[in-house]
Ligand binder design. Structure first.
Ligand SMILES: *Cc1c(COP(=O)(O)O)cnc(C)c1O
Length: 481
C-alpha cells in the first residue's frame, strides 16, 4: 500500500493563503535549525485522505474484526459505554492539582473502585497509582520490604517465585532489591509443596504466585502455599493480572494472600493493545495499608481528601493518582455487571476456554490436560517432529481463516506452545468455527505441510521479520532523491 507521499505527485502545495500581516521575528531561529528545503507535503483532498486511513484501518485485525484468542491478555471485548463514560468532560477536564473540594466526584470514583475491588479480592485497601501490572508488582514488593524493615527484620532478602510464574515476577523482585529463589513445578504444572518447604527460611521475605498460573491452571494448594510461607515469616503476593476467571467466585484475601495487584487493562475493561494506558492497582490487607503509596484518598469530615502525610508510606511510585481514566472505565464496568454479572463473566470465561480445549484436544496435544481456567496451552512439539509444522505455522494459518492467532511460544516451559484465551464474550458458534478451522489446519499439516509454512496467504502483510522489526524499526520515511 502506498503512503500518502507516494500517492500524490504534487508536493509542497500552497496550504495557506499568502500572509497579509507584517512578519515578526520574536526570537530569531538559529540558522542550523531552519529547513534547507520546503516540506514535501502532498496535496490531497479530505476524502482522499479519509479513504487512505480507512484502507489502513481495514488491514488491521482487531477484536472488532473476528475471533481473538490471544492468551495471557484477556483481550476481551470492551463495552463501548465504558469509553463513553471515561470521555465525559467532568473526567477529562480536571487538573490533577485542582483543590480537592472541586473534584469530589473524581475522588469518589477512586474510593468506590477501591471499595468494590477490595470486596472482589478480599483485601482491605488499594492504591491506583501503579501504571501497569509489573509496576504493581514492584509496588507490592516495596510494601513487603517496608513491612519487614519496619519490624526491624533486616535479613529477609529472598522472594520465592515458582517457574510457572509470569516473567515479570522475578524481574520485579530484582528491581525491588530482592534475590529470586526459583521453585520448579511438579508434573501437574502446580507448585511442589515439598520443594517450596525446602526453600523457605528466615531469609524469606515472601512468595509471588501467579494464579491461574501461566499454564492456565488453578494452583490447587493455594492455602497450603500461603501457610508454608507465613510459617517461615514471609508474606504472600498474588499476581492477579488475570483475575477474569475467579472474580466474584473466590477471593485471594480469603486464601491467605497479603498483597495483590490487578491489571485493570486486562480484566476490567481497558483495551491494552498498542501499549497503554494501563493500571496495575495494588491491594493489601489492613496491616500493610500504612505502607501504600501517597497520596491516598481518605474520607474526612464528610468529604474526600488526598492524604499525603502517611509517615510509613513507600512514597510515590507515579505522578498523581495513576491513570485515572482507566479507573473510570473499571468502575463503569463493575457497576454495569454488578454482583451477579461479575461471577457470571468469570464462569463463562472458564466454560469457553474448557469448551475450546476439549474441541481441539482431538487434533492437538494439550500441554497439561486438566480442566483449565480462562486459558489453556497446546504443545505442538510432536506435531513439529511428525510433520515439520510449527506452532508459528498453525498460528499464521489461522489468519487466513479470519482469526487472530493465539499467544505463541509462551509459556517457555512448553515446547512449541500455543496459548488460547477465548474470553467470556465469544459465542458457542464462534468457538465451534475455531474448532473446525483448527481441525482443518491439522489435516493440512499431514497432507500438505508446505502450504502452512507459507501462511498467511491472504493478509496484507505476511510474515514480517519480528526481530528486525523490534530491533531496527523503520519509523521514518526516507525520500529516494
Ligand atoms: C500481563 C501480566 C503481567 C504484567 O502486566 P503488565 O501490565 O504488562 O506490566 C504480570 N503478571 C501476569 C500474570 C500477566 O498476565
Amino acid at each position: 500500500m502506498k503512503l500518502l507521499f507516494e500517492q500524490c505527485p504534487s508536493q509542497s502545495p500552497q496550504v495557506l493563503p499568502p500572509c497579509d500581516i507584517p512578519q515578526q521575528e520574536v526570537i530569531p531561529l538559529p540558522a542550523q535549525l531552519g529547513r534547507k528545503n520546503p516540506p514535501r507535503l502532498p496535496q490531497m483532498s479530505e476524502s482522499e485522505v479519509a479513504r487512505h486511513y480507512t484502507a489502513l484501518a481495514q488491514q488491521v485485525f482487531g477484536v472488532g474484526s473476528g475471533f481473538y484468542p490471544l492468551g495471557s491478555c484477556t483481550m476481551k471485548y470492551n463495552p463501548k459505554i465504558n469509553e463513553q463514560v471515561a470521555a465525559l468532560p467532568g473526567f477529562t477536564g480536571i487538573h490533577p492539582l485542582q483543590p480537592e473540594e472541586t473534584m469530589q466526584g473524581c475522588l469518589e470514583v477512586l474510593a468506590l473502585a477501591e471499595q468494590y475491588l477490595c470486596e472482589i479480592t478480599g483485601m482491605d485497601a488499594m492504591s491506583f497509582q501503579p501504571a501497569a501490572g509489573a509496576h504493581g508488582e514492584y509496588t507490592g514488593l516495596l510494601l513487603i520490604r517496608a513491612y519487614h524493615l519496619a519490624r526491624g527484620d533486616h535479613k529477609r532478602t529472598n522472594i520465592i517465585v515458582p517457574d510457572s510464574a509470569h516473567g515479570t515476577n522475578p524481574a520485579s523482585a530484582v528491581m525491588a532489591g530482592f534475590q529470586v529463589i526459583n521453585v520448579a513445578s511438579g508434573p501437574d504444572g502446580c507448585v511442589d509443596l515439598e520443594k517450596l518447604q525446602a526453600v523457605c527460611d528466615e531469609n524469606t521475605a515472601g512468595l509471588m504466585l501467579t494464579n491461574p498460573n501461566t499454564l492456565g491452571l488453578f494452583e490447587k494448594d493455594m492455602t497450603a502455599i500461603a501457610e508454608i510461607v507465613h510459617e517461615a515469616g514471609g508474606l504472600v503476593y498474588y499476581d492477579g493480572a488475570n483475575l477474569n476467571p475467579i472474580m466474584g467466585v473466590i477471593r485471594p484475601g480469603d486464601m491467605g494472600f497479603d498483597v495483590i495487584h490487578l491489571n485493570l487493562h486486562k480484566t476490567f475493561s481497558t483495551p491494552h493493545g498498542g501499549g497503554g494506558p494501563g493500571s496495575g492497582p495494588v491491594g493489601c490487607k489492613e496491616f500493610l495499608a500504612p505502607f501504600l503509596p501517597v497520596p491516598y484518598p481518605v474520607s474526612r469530615e464528610g468529604s474526600l481528601v488526598l492524604d499525603g502525610e502517611r509517615p510509613q508510606s513507600v512514597g510515590k511510585v507515579r505522578s498523581f493518582y495513576g491513570n485515572f481514566l482507566v479507573v473510570v472505565k473499571t468502575l463503569c464496568y463493575l457497576l454495569r455487571l454488578g454482583a451477579q454479572g461479575i461471577p457470571e463473566a468469570a464462569k463463562h470465561a472458564v466454560l469457553n476456554a474448557n469448551y475450546l480445549k476439549q474441541g481441539v484436544a482431538k487434533d492437538y496435544d494439550v500441554a497439561i490436560d486438566m480442566p483449565c481456567m480462562h486459558e489453556f496451552v497446546l504443545g505442538l512439539g510432536d506435531l513439529k517432529k511428525e510433520t515439520g509444522v510449527s506452532a508459528m505455522d498453525v498460528a499464521k494459518a489461522m489468519l487466513d481463516h479470519g482469526m487472530h492467532p493465539p499467544t505463541m511460544y509462551f509459556p517457555l516451559i512448553v515446547p512449541e506452545a500455543l496459548m488460547f484465551e477465548p474470553t467470556e464474550t465469544e459465542t458457542k458458534e464462534t468457538l465451534d468455527e475455531a474448532i473446525r478451522v483448527l481441525a482443518e489446519i491439522r489435516k493440512t499439516a499431514s497432507e500438505n505441510p508446505e502450504v502452512l509454512h507459507g501462511a498467511p496467504h491472504h493478509t496484507a502483510v505476511r510474515r514480517p521479520d519480528e526481530v528486525q522489526a523490534a530491533r531496527h524499526p523503520v519509523l521514518r520515511y526516507r525520500w529516494e532523491d
